[in-house]
Design a protein around this ligand. Sequence first.
Ligand SMILES: Cc1ncc(COP(=O)(O)O)c(C=O)c1O
Length: 380
Amino acid sequence: MSVSRRADAVPPFIVMDVMREAAEKEARNESVIHLEVGQPSTPAPSGALEAAREALSRDRLGYVDALGIPKLRERIARHYRERYGVEVPAERVIVTTGSSNGFLLAFLGAFDAGARVAMAAPGYPPYRNILSALGLTPVDLITTEAERYQPTVARLEKAGALDGVIVASPSNPTGTMVTRTELAALYEHCRARGLTLISDEIYHGLTFGERATSAVEIGDDAIVVNSFSKYFSMTGWRIGWLVVPQALVRPIERLAQNLMISTPTISQYAALGAFDCTDELEGHVRRYRANRDLLMAGLPKAGLDRLTVATGAFYTYADISHLTNDSVDFCRRMLREAGVATTPGVDFDPQRGRGTLRISFAGSTAEMEEAVQRIANWVR
Ligand SMILES: Cc1ncc(COP(=O)(O)O)c(C=O)c1O
């Protein structure tokens, strides 16, 4: 038997190792505050659960259209009209098995083997790893705090020949965003040079000031990736969507038919119900905002004073290079000795991640208070 070079080369997601160690500690009845998690601590909204129950009792739940059930594609198109004031034809909306599957379809649909695709470092690790596994070449843009760790046209101009760019706003791991003007500049740069712009909008809705701009507001040439995982609090339902240029609909349909057949039917019905739960979901956003404010006030006093100002998502990224040059060891010791789990930056930024860590504030406000206390005692 053989193991492919492409599979062998995919690095692990180190946050998973932290989560395993945290679980072992809890199994020994030791308390852990989870600042490593990348998901809401809440279940799917009540409307989604109700719709799922109803579908279970009424529907056979067989295969459905590879592009998604028409009602859900139409409902997502309506979401763009209501939230962003922009008309998106439902035929350009493709339902996917989480945005993770959306990336696979988007990359396969837009790029040939060997294509060079740029993204910000620090950034979400699977972009790089999915691209590599598909025989594409990830190109890290080494971004700075002054750039809010986002890609810029100036960086793209220095990155050599490119076929595509990924932008994530708000970003994981920094919680920072691009402005509408910056996104428009990236869009124009890509359009003029024939690059494919992929806009990861999974944290849209989770913003604490101005709402995030969608690439579809700027033009029809970008691929938008989104999901029910974060704002809609439905990670385990594995459901997301793409909005693609018209020319990509049929190629991605053919890929989806062969790779997936269809996205889980029950999750599609549940997602339809999730749109009617604005009050419940906005309550979560208010809690994330309160958690962010609490950490921004408390962590500097606890010794972690170099933090990104998260205007969205539920993360802040801490520069800890004045405390350690080994973030993996730092996180491990903080977990063992203080009972606070965080994610070392090496997952997000292979070059500089030994001096950074990601803190998630997706938990409860009481947990954030306790975490600040524990970190302060430990750093001291
Ligand atoms: C930036 C970003 N994009 C995509 C995903 C994948 O999410 P899902 O496959 O659940 O939609 C995540 C998950 O953490 C993420 O942080």
